[in-house]
Design a protein around this ligand. Sequence first.
Ligand SMILES: Cc1cc2nc3c(=O)[nH]c(=O)nc-3n(C[C@H](O)[C@H](O)[C@H](O)COP(=O)(O)OP(=O)(O)OC[C@H]3O[C@@H](n4cnc5c(N)ncnc54)[C@H](O)[C@@H]3O)c2cc1C
Length: 449
Amino acid sequence: MTTRRKFIKQVSVASGGILLPAPDFRNIFSPIKQKVVIIGAGFSGLAAAYKLKNKNVDVTILESRNRIGGRVFSHKMTDDLVIELGGEWVGNSHERIHALCGEMNLELFNNQFNTHLLYKGDYSPAGAWDYSEGWNTKLNKMLEDYADLTDKEKLVMDKMDWWRYLVNNGCDGRDLDIRELLDSTDFGESIRQVSSFAAIAEYAESSENNEMDLKIKGGNGMLAERLSEKIGKEKILLKHTVSRIVQDSKVKVYCENGKVFEADKIICTIPTFAMQKIDWHPGLPSEKVDALNELQYARINKHAMLFNQRFWKDESFDMITDQSPHYFYHGTKNQKSGQGVLISYSVGEKAAVIANQTDAWNAKMINETLQPHFGNVASQLKNQVNYYWGNDSYSKGAYALYGKDQWFRVRPILEESFLHTHFAGEHLADWQGFMEGAINTGEAAADMI
Ligand SMILES: Cc1cc2nc3c(=O)[nH]c(=O)nc-3n(C[C@H](O)[C@H](O)[C@H](O)COP(=O)(O)OP(=O)(O)OC[C@H]3O[C@@H](n4cnc5c(N)ncnc54)[C@H](O)[C@@H]3O)c2cc1C
């Protein structure tokens, strides 16, 4: 079977997409250390730096924010309870996170859920609802057939959106509504905007639970913390926003705060929105600029509510709804406390609307959605936190959203190295949209140095 991962590599090489770096023998034959500047201290930048440090390369990470981790953003709701405002689930198939957690003595605990459904005013507990039998059979066949898709068929699928593909394959009515609700949660926007190849590949190649399997004890940010200790905290400069890059025989990296860094190579791990804000000398190739302009990121809003008791009772509670709060899940599963956090996870237009409202509006809306099935929970609400990734200063979205005809056309262009700069980050990964993907691309860029 040609997996998504293998296929992408073949396409990229065939189209001349990847620039193979000229071998640099200095590290082998001379004691002079190669200097590398890494832009971004998210999982991609940290993974790249860790790998290079182990190869005795001199690395400096420049990071805009006042914290490491990037789109992995663990937040303490109370002294005992940690939630994730960014990347949440570690998948069973995510080998590099598993390996790094093992190496750093971090425990991964179960974070799987039993999905309840709230649809057209009817509440169905987990296990009491399903797709129609006909659609279930059809979907299973589609996922099975994925293994036999030819490369040409994959390219054709990429030119169609996932909603249209489902409709053309007989998905309709309630089945289609529920798929839209569930799958838009994965992609962060309506499935009318998602490449059908990107969707089928994700569902056919993922773990049984769609990679919503585990979480790092103490918060996913613990991995960023441990990596930074191994790299050396003094090598990671916070509040250093890169604003200008000059590349000739070497590179000069200028920061907004006036600091300038010289290096042999750059690994740029930042989201496409942030990349465009940098003044590149010479300028980025026009096809890369076009690709940067074309790619959108998904709008996701997380609204976390601390309740003084876990009225949802099931520790593995999550619920998909056709109402504004969209998707609820228990954000503090496996964390001992009488209190608990329920997170409302909304996507696309819903996320943009919710993000503009007050806490009082959100509390009212969420209570109205839950009340018919869980009673009035307003008096149990103790605290709320909201984070809207659509307005995040550096990414303007949660993760990249590959639309029609973008997976095979846009991604290889974004991936191409430019002079002394290699690119990495979630948006370039085969595990796109995942922490694993960020790590894979960071490590791959380090291998190219
Ligand atoms: C709401 C949400 C839910 C998610 N859910 C999951 C999930 O369940 N499972 C999963 O595996 N993944 C999930 N993800 C995705 C995952 O978090 C990302 O794929 C991953 O963290 C991206 O890492 P990165 O290193 O590529 O980018 P980032 O984490 O964005 O790192 C890039 C860094 O570059 C910095 N930067 C930007 N511009 C500059 C500049 N000019 N100079 C210096 N620094 C700069 C940024 O501040 C940032 O820290 C989710 C993400 C979000 C937001």
